[in-house]
Design a protein around this ligand. Structure first.
Ligand code: DAH
Length: 364
């Protein structure tokens, strides 16, 4: 449709210049409308906008022409030009809106989601089995009123050995091949030095019940059953009257929680420099229930940890009077617990970080 300029014409003869300008403006608008129909992008639209409304647009020339228009016609012609300019601006704005609308519609059409396509698989991480076992054991002991303690992995010879009744050059040190950093410092070979640290920290010598999980290191060649690094959990109870019977009761409770309510335990005499008497603790085989199978070497029993009554020398070294205090300690290998619980046949699987191994224990 040819646009008509809505110019208020006075009731008088139409002037020549006025008529000419009106024709010019109408065809200008018509021309723009034709061009707008062909526009496909916002960029093209912007070019068109500056062609019609920009500094060097046709309107500039028209304004120049206005100078030559007679005085009487000037206001009407000027108004006409302005109105035409506004119409053009309006057409361009309309074109812009419809172009944007078209773009959105196109996007919606081409970006439709096919809900039947298989989804993207998200890799959900999980806690490492070792962490899971540590937390499980922590929960059991916390339930018994213990608190969790930690100690450094770089330990002194004093805390790792001497204060635990393992003097320098004592043959019992041969039980634990050690990785020394200097004459006096080494990577701790067990979590037992946290016992010493906790005894020393306990300035008022209050009775205490602690467990200490953490990494330990040995100078071992890695194979199916050995690793230069593994994890232990130590427990220590110091009181005035804690007995071997308390130790046994605690061990039975923990074994049942970890391996099942049907489990029984037995204590075998053993030797550890830091306990006297010392015991090795076995649990009835959870596979055969104690009858004997390949899992337990046909004995019906599986060894799970070492324990004993805290050696008087350990108490004395930490400034406790053995006549007033007594207690028990135990140390378990976390990997060993995991291996027994889940039938893992190679200790290296814990550290080589094959996701297929780790993912088997997701949410155990
Ligand atoms: N520290 C010992 C080791 O690494 C384990 C151990 C045995 C800890 C008996 C104890 C204990 O506290 O009473 O072989």
């Amino acid at each position: 449709m040819v646009p008509r300029l809505s110019i208020n014409r006075p009731l008088r003869a139409v002037f020549f210049e006025e008529e000419k300008m009106e024709q010019k403006l109408i065809s200008l608008i018509k021309q723009l409308e034709t061009k707008l129909k062909e526009i496909e992008t916002i960029n093209d639209l912007n070019l068109l906008k500056s062609e019609y409304l920009g500094k060097k647009s046709v309107f500039n020339d028209l304004m120049k022409e206005l100078k030559n228009v007679s005085k009487e016609e000037k206001p009407t012609v000027g108004k006409m030009i302005n109105e035409a300019k506004q119409t053009i601006a309006k057409r361009i704005e309309e074109a812009k809106l419809s172009l944007e609308q078209k773009m959105v519609e196109h996007k919606i059409k081409t970006e439709t989601i096919d809900v039947t396509l298989p989804g993207k698989n998200m890799n959900i991480g999980s806690k490492h089995l070792i962490s899971q076992i540590i937390e499980e054991v922590e929960d059991i002991f916390i339930g018994l009123g213990y608190t969790v303690k930690e100690g450094p992995e770089i330990e002194t010879d004093l805390y790792n050995f001497e204060m635990l009744n393992l003097p320098k050059n004592h043959p019992a040190r041969d039980m634990q091949d050690s990785l020394y950093i200097s004459e006096e410092k080494l990577l701790r070979t067990h979590t037992s030095p946290v016992q010493v640290r906790s005894l020393l920290e306990n300035k008022n010598q209050e009775p205490m019940k602690i467990i200490c999980p953490g990494k330990v290191y040995r100078k071992d060649d890695d194979d199916q059953t050995h690793s230069h690094q593994f994890t232990q959990i130590e427990a220590l109870v110091i009181d005035h009257d804690a007995t071997l019977a308390d130790l046994k009761g605690t061990l039975l409770f923990v074994a049942k929680k970890l391996f099942g309510e049907d489990r029984e335990i037995r204590l075998r005499p053993s030797f550890f420099p830091f306990t006297e008497p010392s015991v090795e603790v076995d649990v009835t085989c959870y596979k055969c229930g104690g009858k004997g199978c390949s899992m337990c070497g046909y004995t019906g029993w599986i060894e799970i940890l070492g324990a004993g009554m805290v050696n008087n020398n350990v108490l004395k070294n930490a400034g406790y009077d053995p006549n007033k205090f007594q207690g028990f300690a135990l140390g378990m290998g976390v990997e060993r617990i995991a291996i027994l619980k889940y039938g893992i046949d190679d200790i290296r699987a814990f550290y080589t970080n094959d996701l297929r191994f780790n993912q088997q224990f997701r949410g155990k």
